[in-house]
Design a protein around this ligand. Structure first.
Ligand code: AMP
Length: 584
């Protein structure tokens, strides 16, 4: 299949922000693609070459992209940098540079196929060692040499990990259902994706073997499954109502969610974003093998840092010291030891437990593990009584947890989805808005005076799950110390874009715009109605959205959360309403 054909469809997708139109274009794409290469096309459309849990990454440095462009277009490095200054997006720079390429070389070009593009991208992802950037650069140059200008735009964006088509996985699933099955089968296709976390595999199975085979996709030890997420409510009575009058209330530990895959004396650990983090927690690798009594299994839990002196839980921040840390791991282990608090069992000795009830899974978890000093079970109370739950909640806070998560006793494990079968109840719902929210950076305002050269404030957004868009909710300027302030431009640089991102709704004109990526934890005094922000627009007053008054950065970068895992506008409406109730 010609790469140009899919590029033409990408162009159409790039011109719309409407989910239904995007779906139509994707249906056209999937219908045209040869089933042999549909997995590759799926990954390419997601802007990658492998599923998320695969360790290989494209990640080509800008410098190398400029070199590759220079060597193919005949332009000098500084000419390319000039175009870059003007356009601000390397994809557009590539398009321009390739269109200026000398005419004669056009004769020597071979048309790019999807297979060829994918093959080179794969080589780019896999290149390692001291000369890897150079090797990657050469494979890119080879593609650019044969690329038409519009093809060069998408190839360049892909190697830089910035595809920017703004297509949600769920939209791809809608399109796959329409193209290869019936619309009403989309949930079954989604389920397959949620358990295998690999949309390429799902699309290929569907296109080649049909829905029947997709139904047979099950979870596999060693392949992370997309995490089940929780809704939130502000009273225990409402929670009990949602859970048919009775629920299991578990401590909500403040740490890092981990999925442990154990088989044949081997352990794999995955984060909530499905990254392989096994090497960051060697102690769990060792201890899990000691406490696990089955042959193979998938367990889920929260990794929490412990105060060596008191044994009490420490703030989450202390685990984040571990993340991405290759050196000094031993010191980190001694300084900030961690415990793994297990709360679920998704698979045990050949049996998929995600289709079993919470109660059954908990039973299997107890059967599978003999707890030790560092690996334990989450505290739980099963009750139908709100007062008893309230008492348990206070105990949980005293013990250093964030609150409770209520779980419906008969609920199945709904991978990848947020629903009412798990409901969080956090301590700060009690007082105004002393609860934190996780917001996405979408823009910034230039700093003045002491803040000249960095940002004066960031434009923050919440995630609107219904529309799959980001809506602004506040300008955030407090809570940053000098060191963080200086680090901000660098931290955000790679997400900088020329104009407001296609998925962001903002009434404010920021000085800088970013791709929604970086998530920060924010604490505010109160949620108010504001005509300047777009979060939950029209829901409380026509023409106005919600805003956070006096927002402060808590100092906690939520690197473990992707932008679509930020606090949702729906949750904020709930928080606004519970605030009113508190005032009554
Ligand atoms: P939040 O990050 O506020 O959306 O809350 C959901 C997160 O709470 C999950 O992703 C887990 O990391 C964490 N968590 C802590 N304790 C539990 C528990 N007992 N059951 C489920 N999730 C828990």
């Amino acid at each position: 299949m010609k790469y140009e054909e899919i590029v033409k469809i990408y162009d159409k997708i790039a011109r719309t922000t409407k989910r239904l139109e995007m779906t139509d274009h994707l249906v056209e794409l999937f219908s045209k693609v040869d089933a042999e290469v549909i997995d590759k096309v799926t990954y390419l459309t997601q802007g990658k070459v492998y599923p998320d849990f695969d360790p290989y990454e494209l990640g080509l440095a800008e410098k190398m992209v400029i070199k590759a462009l220079a060597s193919t277009s005949g332009l000098r490095d500084n000419e390319i940098e000039e175009i870059w200054k003007e356009k601000g997006d390397m994809g557009l720079v590539a398009e321009e540079a390739i269109s200026r390429k000398k005419q004669t070389t056009l004769l020597e070009m071979t048309e790019l196929t999807v297979e060829k593009v994918y093959e080179n991208l794969e080589k780019i992802a896999k290149a390692s060692g001291p000369r890897s950037q150079d090797i990657k650069m050469r494979y890119l140059a080879d593609l650019l040499h044969n690329a038409k200008p519009s093809e060069a735009r998408y190839i360049t964006r892909t190697v830089m990990g910035k595809m920017r088509l703004g297509i949600a996985d769920m939209t791809m699933i809608d399109a796959l259902a329409i193209a290869f099955a019936e619309k009403e089968h989309r949930d079954e296709i989604e389920r397959a994706y949620n358990v295998c976390s690999d949309l390429g595999k799902v699309s290929k199975t569907l296109a080649q073997e049909g829905l029947e085979e997709v139904r047979k996709i099950h979870l596999t030890v060693g392949v992370p499954i997309r995490a089940m997420l929780a809704e939130r409510l502000s009273t225990l009575e409402e929670i009990l109502e949602k859970t048919d009058g009775k629920a299991a209330f578990e401590y909500k530990y403040d740490g890092l969610r981990l999925q442990a895959h154990i088989a044949q004396q081997k352990v794999g650990l995955y984060s909530r974003r499905l990254e392989n983090v096994t090497d960051q927690f060697p102690e769990f690798k060792r201890d899990l093998l000691k406490v696990f009594k089955g042959k193979e299994g998938i367990l889920e839990g929260e990794c929490v840092p412990i105060d060596v002196n008191t044994g009490a839980f420490l703030p989450f921040q202390m685990v984040s010291h571990r993340r991405g840390r290759k050196y000094g791991l031993r010191e980190a282990q001694e300084e900030y030891p961690v415990h793994l608090v297990l709360f679920d069992c998704l698979y045990l000795d050949g049996e998929d437990l995600t289709n079993k009830s919470y109660e059954e899974r908990r039973k299997q978890l107890k059967k599978a593990v003999k707890p030790s000093e560092s690996i334990m079970f989450s505290e739980v109370l099963v009750t139908d009584n709100a007062d008893e739950a309230e008492e348990f909640f206070h105990k949980s806070i005293e013990d250093g947890s964030e609150g409770l998560i209520a779980k419906s006793l008969d609920s199945l494990y709904a991978a990848g989805s947020r629903g009412w079968n798990w409901i969080k109840y956090k301590k700060d719902y009690k007082s105004e808005m002393s609860d934190t929210v996780d917001l996405v950076v979408v823009g910034a305002f230039a700093g003045r005076g002491r803040r000249a050269g960095t940002y004066g404030a960031l434009l923050m957004a919440a995630y609107d799950q219904e529309e799959d868009r980001f809506k602004t909710i506040c300008k955030l300027g407090s809570g940053f110390d000098d060191e963080m302030l200086l680090a901000l431009p660098k931290k955000l640089e790679e997400y900088k874009i020329d104009e407001v991102h296609v998925k962001v709704d903002s009434k404010l004109e920021a000085d800088f715009w970013f791709e929604p990526s970086v998530v920060l934890e924010v604490l505010g005094a109160e949620i108010t109605i504001s005509p300047s922000h777009t979060a939950a627009m029209d829901s409380k007053r026509k023409g106005a959205g919600l805003a956070i008054r006096f927002p402060r950065f808590t100092g906690r970068w939520r690197d473990d959360k992707g932008p679509t895992e930020a606090t949702t506008t729906k949750e904020l409406v709930g928080m606004y309403e519970s605030q009113l109730k508190t005032l009554e």
